[in-house]
Design a protein. Structure first.
Length: 318
């Protein structure tokens, strides 16, 4: 390691680390500038922006990090990688998230994934999701399919619940039929969170597979072609469930580059397991809060969850 790199690591590993966050360019509530400012306020010293399927927020993000004195991972995004059905159990995500991180990335080559994602959203994901939402009784306002398809996460699938009282009542009734103990006020306070957890979840009434014909092997090759590295995203957690050993083994067999060993919702047992997996398979360790601002539950930098904060030596690995 050069003296310059060692000096930079020493300078920026004194605070909190967070390499998994989302802005308004996908499904986060804060724009990149706001996100970086909040990270600074909470003591984050190194940060990555990983919006879903899109990199349009990176320029603003990198500029904001420079102003705030935060070390930015220059390139980050969260994309979907299809898994073979034979390794999945009932209810498992068919196309879970993978994080791409990098420096000096060949941005022009990222268009391959963007074009595939836009085409799939336009032809399959958006029309089928709207159809399923309307079948549940929700009212979806008219929208521009072309514009929504180009977004990292189509905004219509969150906006329709936030500004329509009848839609909110339908969501509350649906959730309370499943979990009658959940208070109406709690749902109203976290509409997007409950919508994601109960309506869009795998097997949920408005679930649609998020990508097709872009599997894990292709993503690993793609990441290397653009000079990035691919990481298994939030494999653990107390809210959305934990990755199975079969799926984890599949990733490592295919040559995944890294794994997020820390996440806001991990248990201590999961943290220890992922550390062992990384060591045994020589994977690069990463981690992050999966921060979405008011659209999620996690806190940036995991400032309120010391047991899940990212170990300082991970910055050196990255």
């Amino acid at each position: 390691m050069s003296k310059n790199i060692a000096k930079k690591i020493s300078q920026f590993n004194k605070g909190l680390l967070d390499f998994h966050t989302h802005s308004t360019h996908s499904d986060g509530a804060d724009n990149p500038t706001e996100l970086v400012r909040k990270a600074k306020e909470r003591g984050v010293s190194a940060l990555a922006l990983t919006d879903h399927n899109i990199i349009s927020g990176l320029k603003e993000f990198n500029e904001a990090c420079k102003r705030e004195g935060i070390l930015a991972i220059p390139f980050g995004t969260e994309i979907y990688g299809e898994l073979p059905s034979e390794i999945l159990s009932a209810g498992e995500n068919e196309a879970p998230d993978l994080i791409l991180l990098g420096k000096n990335v060949k941005i022009n080559l990222f268009k391959e994934y963007e074009e595939l994602s836009v085409k799939y959203k336009h032809e399959v994901f958006i029309p089928e999701t709207v159809q399923k939402l309307e079948k549940m009784g929700f009212s979806i306002a008219k929208f521009n399919l072309e514009e929504q398809s180009k977004m990292g996460v189509p905004t219509i699938f969150h906006n329709f619940i936030c500004d329509n009282k009848n839609n909110i009542e339908i969501l509350i009734k649906y959730i309370q039929n499943i979990e009658y103990k959940i208070a109406k006020e709690e749902i109203e306070k976290n509409l997007v969170v409950f919508l994601n957890k109960y309506v869009y979840r795998v097997g949920g009434p408005a679930y649609v597979k998020r990508i097709q014909n872009f599997g894990v092997e292709r993503i690993i090759e793609f990441a290397e072609a653009i000079n990035a590295r691919a990481f298994i995203a939030h494999p653990g957690g107390r809210v959305w469930g934990c990755i199975t050993k079969k799926v984890l083994d599949y990733y490592t067999e295919k040559g995944i580059h890294g794994i997020e060993v820390r996440n806001y919702f991990n248990t201590n047992e999961q943290n220890n397991w992922f550390d062992r997996v990384a060591k045994e398979n020589k994977l690069i360790r990463s981690g992050g809060s999966d921060y979405h601002g008011n659209n999620g539950m996690s806190k940036i930098g995991m400032y309120d969850s010391p047991e899940n904060q990212i170990p300082k030596d991970i910055l050196e690995e990255l």
